[in-house]
Design a protein around this ligand. Structure first.
Ligand code: M6R
Length: 611
C-alpha cells in the first residue's frame, strides 16, 4: 500500500524523505515521488514509475534542495501505475499533496472542480484534494483553515498531507482511516504513515487519531480533533529495532524473518508463562475477568492472520471447550451477523492497520460483543488502540510481504490465550496447563530444528519450479497449516496452489490429480494419521506426485511417486507451529528458483489499508 513521509527542517530533507520511502518499500508500491520547497519558495517535484532507487538516481542527477517536503510511494487504485499518477499531486504551482487511501466521492468532486475551471492531469482520486485546498485557500483563511474545510468534503479513508510553496515551513496532515504518525525532532519535525520510516531520525512519536488534523512546523506540532478543538496526543518512545530495515546476512527479508522465528517466539513468550502456567494477568489488564465470562469466541482476520485464526479455532474448542467461529473480515463486516451472548471478539493482524479487520472491529463494537481483544504485532496501530485488550506478538518488524514470523508468533500467543481461557473456565487442568506450557518452552528449540531442513528443502524445491499448480493437504489443525502453505507458495512463486482438508479430496479435487500435480501432505503422528494415510493412498492410486512431510515415527516408506521428508517428533499441541516452518522454506526456495520478487510480490502490499 501507499507510503507517506514528510519533513520540516532547517537542513535539506530530500535524503531523509527518500530513506523514509526506502523503509516503506516493503508495503508494496509501483511509483514514487517527492516535492520539496526551499526558503526562497522554490518548489521542486520529482516523480518516477518503479522503484524508489529510480527516484534516488534521478535525485542524484538533479539534486533537490529545501527544508520542507513530502514524499510518497503509490500503490495504484485509481488510474494505472504511471509518472502522471504518481504523488505528489499539485494544484497550480503552489499546492502539493500526498495521500494514502481512497476518496470515495472523488467523481462528484472532480465534476464540481472541473466546472470551477480546474484541469486534471491525473486519473487519481488524490488530485481532487490538491484542487480543493487551492479553491478553499482562494476563499480565504490560512492553509490550516482551507485544509479543514477540504477534509470536511471528503468521504472515504485517507491519510493526507498538504504543502504550500508560499508558506514553506509548514505541513498540514489529516488522518481518517489511514494511519499517520508524527516524529518529533529537535528543531525539526517529521511525519509518516509508519514510524519505521522515521526511525533513523527520531524515536519520539505522536500517533494521530481518527479525524485529527495536525499542523507541523519546525518548532511546533498542533493537533485538532474532528470538531476542530486543539488536543494533546501522548508522546510514545519507540522501541522498534533500528536495523529492522537491514537484511543482515540474508538475501531477502522473508528469509531473515523466517530464521528469526525462534527468537521471535521467545519474545512472545517472555513474561507470560512460568515453568508450569500461563500468567493470565500478563495478557492484559482485565483479561482474566473477560476470559472468565467468555462463552464464545469470534475471530476476525484476513490472509495469513485468518489462517492463524483457523488453527486457533481447533484449539479453542478442543483445549478450552469454548465455541469459536472464524471469519474473513471483508465478509464479516458486510454480513448481517448474530452476536452470541458473552462473545469475545478477537482480531488478528500483523500490521494492526488492515482496513477490513479494522472496520469489522468497529462494527462489532457497536453490535454488543462483550469485549474486543487483538493479537497484533505493531504497537500503537489502530487495532491496538481501539481494542480493549491487545496481546502484542513482539515478532519485531516484519518487512517481507509474505508473513512468516507474524504467523508463528500469533499462533504462540493464541495458544497461551486458549490455555488461559481453559484455566479460567476450569476446562484445562493444572496438569494439562503444565503440559502445554512445557511444550511452549520447548518450541523455540524445535523451530530451530525445523530450520535445519533448509538445505534439504532447497533441493526439493527444484521439483516444483516447472509446475503450474500444487495441492496442499492436512487434517484437523493441519488443514489451516496447509492453507497457509498454499497461500505462501502462490503469493511469492505465482504457482497456483490450493489447500484441502484431506478428507475432502474425494468430493472434487481428486479429479485434478495427475503426474503434473504435486501434492504436499502435512503428516504429523496424531490420531488422524491413519485417516490421512488413506487419503494419501487415494492420491497414489491416481498417479499423483506426493511430497509427505511426515513425523519420523509415522511409518511412511518412500516409494515411486512418494517422496518422504522425515520430520522429528514434536509435541502434538505445538506441531502446527513447527510444520509451518518447512512450508515457508519450501515456498521461499521455489520462488528463488523462479526468480520472482520474493519480498515484494507483484500486485501485493504489506499493509492493506484500503478496502
Ligand atoms: O497485517 P494483517 O495481518 O492484518 O494482514 C493480513 C493479510 O493482508 C496478510 O496476512 C497477507 O495475507 C500476507 N501477505 C500473507 O503472507
Amino acid at each position: 500500500m501507499c507510503g507517506i513521509v514528510g519533513a520540516v527542517a532547517q537542513r535539506d530533507v530530500a535524503e531523509i524523505l527518500v530513506e523514509g520511502l526506502r523503509r516503506l518499500e516493503y508495503r508494496g508500491y509501483d511509483s514514487a515521488g517527492l516535492a520539496v520547497v526551499d526558503a526562497e519558495h522554490q518548489l521542486n517535484r520529482l516523480r518516477r514509475l518503479g522503484k524508489v532507487q529510480i527516484l534516488a538516481d534521478a535525485l542524484d542527477a538533479q539534486p533537490v534542495l529545501g527544508g520542507t517536503g513530502i514524499a510518497h510511494t503509490r500503490w495504484a487504485t485509481h488510474g494505472e501505475p504511471s509518472e502522471e499518477n504518481a504523488h505528489p499531486h499539485m494544484s497550480g504551482e503552489n499546492i502539493a499533496v500526498v495521500h494514502n487511501g481512497i476518496i470515495e466521492n472523488h467523481e462528484p468532486l472532480r465534476e464540481i472542480l472541473t466546472q470551477r475551471g480546474y484541469v486534471f492531469t491525473s486519473q487519481t482520486d488524490t488530485e481532487v484534494i490538491a484542487h480543493l485546498v487551492h479553491w478553499e485557500l482562494e476563499q480565504g483563511g490560512s492553509l490550516l483553515d482551507a485544509f479543514q474545510r477540504t477534509v470536511a468534503q471528503l468521504h472515504g479513508a485517507y491519510g493526507t498531507v498538504v504543502m504550500d510553496r508560499r508558506d514553506p515551513e509548514r505541513l498540514i496532515a489529516a488522518r481518517s482511516g489511514s494511519p499517520l504518525v508524527i516524529g518529533l525532532g529537535i528543531g525539526e519535525n517529521f511525519l509518516a504513515s509508519d514510524q519505521l520510516a522515521l526511525l533513523n531520525v527520531t524515536r519520539r512519536f505522536l500517533f494521530l487519531e481518527e479525524g485529527d488534523i495536525a499542523e507541523i512546523t519546525r518548532r511546533a506540532v498542533d493537533i485538532f480533533d474532528v470538531e476542530g478543538n486543539a488536543v494533546e496526543r501522548t508522546i510514545h518512545e519507540s522501541t522498534a529495532e533500528h536495523d529492522a530495515a537491514d537484511k543482515g546476512k540474508y538475501r531477502h527479508y522473508m528469509q531473515k524473518e523466517t530464521f528469526e522465528q525462534p527468537s521471535a517466539i521467545i519474545n512472545t513468550l517472555e513474561g507470560r508463562i512460568d515453568a508450569n502456567s500461563v500468567l493470565v494477568e500478563s495478557l492484559g489488564h482485565g483479561a482474566k475477568e473477560i476470559l472468565q465470562k467468555a462463552e464464545h469466541i469470534q475471530i476476525i482476520a484476513c490472509g495469513t492472520s485468518y489462517n492463524a485464526g483457523m488453527v486457533a479455532r481447533y484449539w479453542f474448542e478442543s483445549i478450552a471447550g469454548v465455541s469459536c467461529d472464524v471469519e474473513i473480515a471483508s465478509e464479516f463486516r458486510y454480513r448481517n451477523f448474530v452476536t452470541r451472548p458473552n462473545s469475545v471478539l478477537i482480531t488478528l493482524s500483523q500490521s494492526g492497520e488492515t482496513a477490513d479487520t479494522l472496520a469489522a472491529l468497529r462494527l462489532a463494537k457497536e453490535r454488543g460483543f462483550m469485549a474486543a481483544m487483538t493479537v497484533c504485532n505493531v504497537a500503537g496501530s489502530s487495532l491496538v488502540r481501539e481494542s480493549d485488550i491487545a496481546i502484542m506478538t513482539r515478532a519485531g518488524t516484519e518487512i517481507g510481504v509474505a508473513s512468516t514470523k507474524a504467523f508463528t508468533t500469533q499462533l504462540t500467543a493464541l495458544l497461551m490465550m486458549v490455555t488461559a481461557l481453559g484455566k479460567e473456565k476450569g476446562t484445562v487442568s493444572a496438569e494439562k496447563e503444565a503440559e502445554i506450557v512445557k511444550s511452549l518452552h520447548r518450541l523455540p528449540a524445535q523451530i530451530e530444528q525445523a530450520l535445519t531442513f533448509d538445505k534439504q528443502i532447497e533441493a526439493l524445491a527444484e521439483d516444483f519450479a516447472d509446475k503450474h499448480h500444487a495441492l496442499f493437504l492436512g487434517r484437523g489443525e493441519f488443514y489451516p497449516i496447509a492453507m497457509e502453505a498454499s497461500l505462501k507458495l502462490k503469493e511469492i512463486s505465482y504457482i497456483h496452489a490450493e489447500a484441502y482438508a484431506a478428507g475432502e479430496l474425494k468430493h472434487g479435487p481428486l479429479a485434478l490429480i495427475d503426474a503434473d500435480m504435486p501434492v504436499i501432505v502435512i503428516a504429523p503422528n496424531n490420531e488422524l494419521l491413519e485417516k490421512l494415510k488413506s487419503n494419501i493412498e487415494e492420491v497414489r492410486a491416481r498417479g499423483g506426485q506426493l511430497y509427505v512431510f511426515a513425523d519420523e515415527s509415522a511409518g511412511f516408506q518412500e516409494s515411486d511417486g512418494m517422496t518422504i521428508i522425515p520430520m522429528p517428533h514434536v509435541d502434538e499441541v505445538c506441531a502446527p507451529i513447527f510444520y509451518t516452518v518447512p512450508m515457508q522454506l519450501l515456498s521461499y526456495h521455489v520462488a528463488l528458483i523462479k526468480g520472482t520478487d520474493v519480498d515484494q510480490p507483484r500486485n501485493l502490499a504489506k499493509a492493506v489499508t484500503v478496502e
